[in-house]
Design a protein around this ligand. Structure first.
Ligand code: BEZ
Ligand code: FE
Length: 291
């Protein structure tokens, strides 16, 4: 007897289930759900998924949801360690020639950065290796963008953000700068250290089970904005940092790795009130025009 083509069978499972979404009114939703079902069924067939494994996956996703609260988003972290966040971010922000590459926002942009004046310190407590960051916001073609706004945040010398410490003021290692009429900015800070992503939940269990470490290489986050240009969300990575080739969230792009040079330039140090010696990084942020 031939099989009824609309009833479920192992052979036609993806066709039968995909067809059940054919009536979705929104064409994009229909496309996404149909493709999702086809890939999901192909995956289950490929690995011959067992009931015990499906139950374990449901338990894992349940615990992932239960770990989320107002300040922690374990599902985003899961997407991060699966490389999905970086893939979607990269597809959404294909850089035109000359524009700076994007990378993930991350979960630590959770408080507003305090407005600061150009050259101000963002490090509010003693400790860490003195570092001067100078930079310029430009259009992709190289034209300086006067009055651009640059939001920065970073971890400290132990790899902790202000929101993870109760002995520092909120706003430590954060700053919001308005660039000068050549699009330039500068701030005094400390060299950031590598740090682990939150690994005390289900995502941490997944990494441990896979023999993966939870570390991100040392970096400083930037969001730069200017009139007529799309905001740029990115990091710069310290070129000597460990984990550049094994970032737990796959955020490193070659173009974003930068030398934080050991500097002894007394004139530059005096201009910014830096002790000698100090680290110096110069960051160019090149924005694409808004569509
Ligand atoms: C971060 O760099 O702040 C970050 C990004 C993704 C996941 C966890 C942390
Ligand atoms: Fe970070």
């Amino acid at each position: 007897m031939s099989q009824n083509p609309v009833r479920f069978s192992e052979e036609r499972s993806e066709d039968v289930v995909a067809a059940s979404f054919a009536g979705a009114h929104d064409a994009r939703l229909r496309q996404v759900l149909t493709s999702l079902v086809r890939h999901l069924h192909a995956f289950a067939k490929d690995v011959e998924l067992t009931q015990a494994e499906l139950d374990a996956a449901v338990g894992f996703l349940t615990r992932t949801g239960q770990t989320c609260d107002d300040t922690r988003q374990e599902f985003v972290l899961l997407s991060d360690v699966l490389g999905l966040s970086m893939l979607v971010d990269t597809m959404a922000n294909r850089a035109p020639a000359g524009a700076t590459d994007f990378t993930v926002l991350g979960p630590f942009h959770m408080v507003d950065s305090p407005p600061r004046r150009l050259g101000d310190p963002i490090s509010l407590v003693p400790g860490g290796e003195p570092t001067l960051v100078t930079g310029q916001v430009l259009a992709a073609g190289g034209r300086p963008l006067p009055g651009a706004v640059v939001d920065v945040w970073q971890a400290d010398e132990k790899g902790l953000y202000d929101v993870q410490r109760d002995d520092v003021p909120t706003g430590h290692l954060r700053g919001l700068f308005t660039c000068d009429d050549e699009g330039r900015f500068a701030f005094r800070t400390i060299l950031p250290a590598p740090y682990p992503i939150p690994d005390d939940g289900p995502v941490g269990e997944l990494l441990a089970a896979a023999g993966r470490h939870p570390y991100r290489p040392a970096h400083i986050h930037f969001i730069a904005g200017a009139d007529g240009h799309a905001p740029l969300t990115t990091h710069v990575f310290v070129s000597e940092s460990p984990y550049l080739d094994s970032d737990a969230v796959f955020g490193v792009k070659d173009s974003l790795v930068l030398d934080f040079v050991r500097a002894e330039d007394a004139e530059l140090a005096a201009a910014y009130g830096m002790p000698v010696p100090f680290r110096h990084a110069h960051v160019e942020l090149r924005l694409r025009e808004s569509r």
